[in-house]
Design a protein around this ligand. Structure first.
Ligand code: GLN
Length: 207
């Protein structure tokens, strides 16, 4: 079966790890380029994107991560992971590098001080079974999305009504919120399915 890495520089690595293994996938931590080279898919956890970006540079992972995403490795980013996947950032230190892969402009800490953390139902395209209970923690949102980007979910109601909080572009999927904290495994199952499909396709191409 497939092996899914969790970028383990900082953030809620353990929670993603638990969800993936609970769903029967093999999960491994990724801290070095050699570990990245051995996975069929990668999760970028929530945490602090500025710190993660710095650590990615220091560990020599940033360029390999960019190459992997460009090469079609399936990647799922939550919260800080969404920030790392954005091509363009707002409200970030000007020198904060990203991996890219999503043709989006992401605003960090977008929901403001009033909403350090909150929970809200978000229906997700391609995820049946009703809206997800989305947990937002100092969350970013997608301020603008390019034409190749599929918008999967938006906030419904409140001051952030209509803001984009879930997107997909090819093999890259990202959410502003944290399904790994809620016990609702539907997004992880969708991602594991993407990884399996991609691994099967790669295997066919190799023969
Ligand atoms: N505010 C954090 C950042 O921009 C993300 C918060 C989170 O991942 N829960 O990196």
């Amino acid at each position: 079966d497939v092996r899914i890495g969790v970028l383990a520089l900082q953030g809620d690595v353990r929670e993603h790890f638990a969800v993936l293994t609970g769903l029967g996938a093999e999960a491994v931590t990724v801290r070095h380029p050699a570990e990245l080279a051995a996975v069929d898919g990668l999760v970028l956890p929530g945490g602090e994107s500025t710190t993660m970006a710095k650590l990615a540079v220091r560990t020599g992972l940033l360029e390999p991560l960019r190459d992997a995403v460009r090469g079609g490795l399936p990647v799922y980013g939550t919260c800080a992971g969404l920030v790392l996947l954005a091509e363009r950032l707002l409200d970030a230190p000007p020198d904060q590098p990203t991996i890219g892969g999503l043709d989006v402009t992401v605003r960090r800490n977008a929901f403001g001080r009033q909403a350090e953390s909150f929970e809200s139902p978000v229906p997700l395209a391609g995820v049946p079974g009703g809206p997800l209970s989305a947990v937002f923690i100092r969350a970013p949102w997608v301020e603008e999305a390019g034409p190749q980007v599929e918008v999967l979910g938006r906030v419904g109601g409140g001051p952030a009504d209509g803001r984009i909080v879930a997107v997909r572009q090819g093999a890259v999927v990202a959410t502003s919120f944290h399904p790994e904290l809620t016990g609702d495994t539907r997004v992880h199952r969708l991602f594991i399915h993407m990884v399996r499909t991609s691994a099967r396709r790669r295997a066919q191409c190799a023969t």
